[in-house]
Design a protein around this ligand. Structure first.
Ligand code: ZN
Length: 147
């Protein structure tokens, strides 16, 4: 288990060092900001949605390793997915980081966040990009906050 934990940590730190899809998207047709006041994480999620498919997704922001890695892996995972699939993955991810599931169910590489469930304050860091994404998909007008 500790080997696995180290591996998970490495994946998270790798995404922290080199976040994927970390850019402003000028052609985005959805965009939303999210804020986690407990940690100070700020994220902006950009989406290009067409025919109910996430054609492209990117993010920008400043946050801790967990929120940055979560956003980075989220963008990798969701590109090309249907909006309804994104919703299902969100649900699975939420269950994973709150300890309701072990991640064997539908989260793919995001299983590296399993350990987060042991740290209640970190759950909000991990989930922030996802809540922001969800708000953006629903074309919510107000910024997302985890509080
Ligand atoms: Zn954080």
């Amino acid at each position: 288990m500790s080997d696995l934990r180290e591996l998970y940590q490495e994946v998270i730190l790798d995404h922290r060092r080199q976040p994927r899809n970390f850019r402003e998207m000028e052609e985005a047709n959805r965009r939303l900001e999210g804020y986690n006041p407990l940690c100070g994480d700020r994220v902006t999620v950009y989406l290009q949605v067409k025919d109910d498919v996430v054609q492209d997704v990117s993010f920008q922001g400043m946050g801790c390793a967990i929120s940055t890695a979560s956003a980075s892996m989220m963008t990798e995972l969701l590109k090309g997915k249907k909006v309804e699939e994104a919703e299902v993955i969100f649900k699975h991810f939420q269950d994973l980081v709150t300890g309701k599931s072990d991640g064997s169910d539908g989260v793919g590489k995001l299983v590296v966040f399993a350990g987060v469930s042991e740290f209640p304050l970190r759950v909000k860091c991990a989930i922030l990009p996802w809540h922001t994404l969800r708000g953006a998909l629903k074309q919510q007008a107000d910024a997302v906050t985890t509080e």
